[in-house]
Ligand binder design. Sequence first.
Ligand code: ZN
Length: 240
Amino acid sequence: MGTAGARFMVAKQLAASGGLYIEEGSTRLACDPGPGAVVQYAKRKVDLARLDGILVSHRHLDHSSDVNVMIEGMTEGGFRPRGKLFCPADALDHDPVVLHYLRAFPREVVRLEPTTVYRLGDLEFTTTRRHPHGAETYGFRFGQRLGWVTDSDWYDAIVEDHQAEVMVLHTVLLDERPDLPHLSIPEAARIIAEARPRLAIITHFGMNVWRAHPWEVAEQMTQATGIQVKAARDGMSLEI
Ligand SMILES: [Zn+2]
């Protein structure tokens, strides 16, 4: 539902910022609904009233700004309570991004814990350790098939935590920036080289990655790692 990451890409909407959408069997999960998510879901004809859950990796605006309207969509304005909201505790408790009046609309609001397995219908996912990233942030593994490396600085267990057949990595930075808790392209390449997935997808691009052309960056990463690396594009879908 979008490939833009961080402030400038999102504010200028150089790419969409609606996050990821996952279907497994009859289960539908919206992940990290950033600015414009509701527009992207409508544009791609995904009926929010059929969602089973919404998963927020962390409370930063580019991952959570549309969470309230998504909850309303999922529950038909609260008239038909359904689905689950999964988010870190600080998205609810400290300077919350989820409005209080909407919290009774989902059937359950789940405060994510580190390295814990959750079930939602036909889907099962595991949180990683807490990411070094300012706000309380988790990455996710959906069985052995999909590892989703959300916003994070490098940490020693990052490969072990997200290793899967297909890996999706948020790459905000082109070059390492010790002052910013985000992964750079060289760090993402290191994760891919060590984890050796069948396919790696880079997404959530910051401005400098965008200017370097993500598809060219991905091609260089493929050459460097020997693993197939693709750049996500808005609306891209993938069968795993
Ligand atoms: Zn963030």
